[in-house]
Design a protein around this ligand. Structure first.
Ligand SMILES: [Zn+2]
Ligand SMILES: [Zn+2]
Length: 183
């Protein structure tokens, strides 16, 4: 099998995890996992691992943006962003559903207990959650810039204080009134 990055027949069989066969490139260390073998391995896991906070993901800094061809079926693989605000992408073949991990990407997932959740990354809800999280982060930056970090922090505290306050409407009216004592 040809490595999609090195384009050489440099993939050799390995055991990526207990009872998870895969193919690793002896040159770039990228890893190819076929869909059926991955799904069979996920089913073997007794219980789902506790998910860690996505914000804590430390992504390996790799720049491999070139198109990759599936080593199994030869189709062009689709690139999926996996976590918000970090440059972490996986390539997946839409034809045979096999997955390509660039060097250290699998280890990063293992470090965050996410190695059994890879198939979720390619679903609409995951991708939607990712986009939402990225747009929140962008708005956060804009508010910080426009309001100033200190005032923004204060405004957030006030929002949190008002959120479930039973007198919320009256408090907001008080804050907004030109002169709350002149009724
Ligand atoms: Zn390679
Ligand atoms: Zn394929």
């Amino acid at each position: 099998m040809k490595c999609p990055v090195c384009k050489q027949p440099s993939l050799r069989q390995i055991e990526l995890a207990d009872r998870l066969p895969a193919n690793q490139c002896s040159n770039c260390n990228g890893i190819w996992v076929s869909s059926n073998q991955y799904l069979a391995w996920v089913r073997l896991q007794e219980k789902s691992l506790p998910e860690k906070d996505m914000d804590e993901i430390a992504a390996p800094q790799l720049k491999t943006d070139a198109l990759k061809l599936c080593p199994e079926s030869g189709h062009i693989m689709k690139r999926f962003k996996v976590f918000p605000n970090v440059d972490f992408h996986l390539d997946r073949c839409g034809h045979c559903n096999g997955i390509w991990f660039d060097s250290a990407e699998w280890d990063t997932l293992v470090a965050h207990n996410m190695q059994d959740k890879v198939n979720q990354f390619f679903t609409a809800p995951w991708q939607e959650r990712l986009r939402e999280s990225e747009s929140r982060a962008k708005m956060d930056e804009i508010y910080k810039d426009k309001l100033g970090a200190d005032d923004y922090k204060r405004a957030q505290e006030i929002r949190a204080w008002l959120e479930d306050n039973p007198r919320r409407a009256m408090l907001i009216a008080f804050l907004q009134a030109d002169d709350p004592y002149d009724v």
